[in-house]
Design a binder for this molecule. Sequence first.
Ligand code: FPP
Length: 255
Amino acid sequence: MKGILRNFFKTEPVTNVSKDVQPKQLPRHIAIIMDGNGRWAGKRHVPRIIGHREGSQTLKRIVLKCKEIGIKYLTVYAFSTENWKRPKPEVDALMELLREFLSQAKGELAENNIKIKVLGDINTLPKDIQNEIIKVEKLTASNTGLWFNVALNYGSRNEIVNAVRAVCRDVETGRLNIDDITEKVFSRYMYTYEIPDPDLLIRTSGEYRLSNFLLWQLAYSELLFDKVNWPDFSEKHLLKAVEDYMSRERRFGGI
Ligand code: FPP
């Protein structure tokens, strides 16, 4: 480990960045768009699902590393509302991977004091997966280590529209006054109502898009795009991203 991050963990004064650079704090919340599984597989002339399988292993390693370095919240984009458009065999294979991931999560992640939550509309997922999600969430609900969100059948515009509907219903029934609707109040209607917005968004595979992920919550997040395909994203890449974040100045619109 080198640079700012090493200094941080040794709790030595940071010496290699300019005085007026701000955060020098670990990001509390990291969001990740895990992209490039298909291209990783393509380069190796193996089926795309092998890329997803490898990506699932990467995810487990990165979750554990986040926990180890003291990240409080991690949110990953595992399956979007648009991913249903993929060929059925690929969707089925992703669902199978999800089953395996949830089953492993009940062991290793739960034992590591990791709290697991799913963001998204789970009602259209296969029934057995819905039941597993409920079990895993229950099992890990009181864990106090890393809070790990998995976005599944998630779309940000859909989340915002649903939030607007819920706000309207509360206005209609008199539980909320129109004049009391603030950004803070609106945030309470999102899947992420219990946790702070991401400080850092990482997207792998060299794509520069948000792809309908956390559009409301990423308003002030630092963005980091890494060229590496997700299956090759290692603990080192994570530390480098965190180090990059810590060298940045965040002004939130101020000066
Ligand atoms: C994007 O790669 C990745 C996904 C759509 C799925 C992400 C899933 C995993 C990392 C595996 C873990 C899965 C679960 C369900 C826990 P892509 O297929 O779009 O890659 P490409 O752009 O190179 O084709």
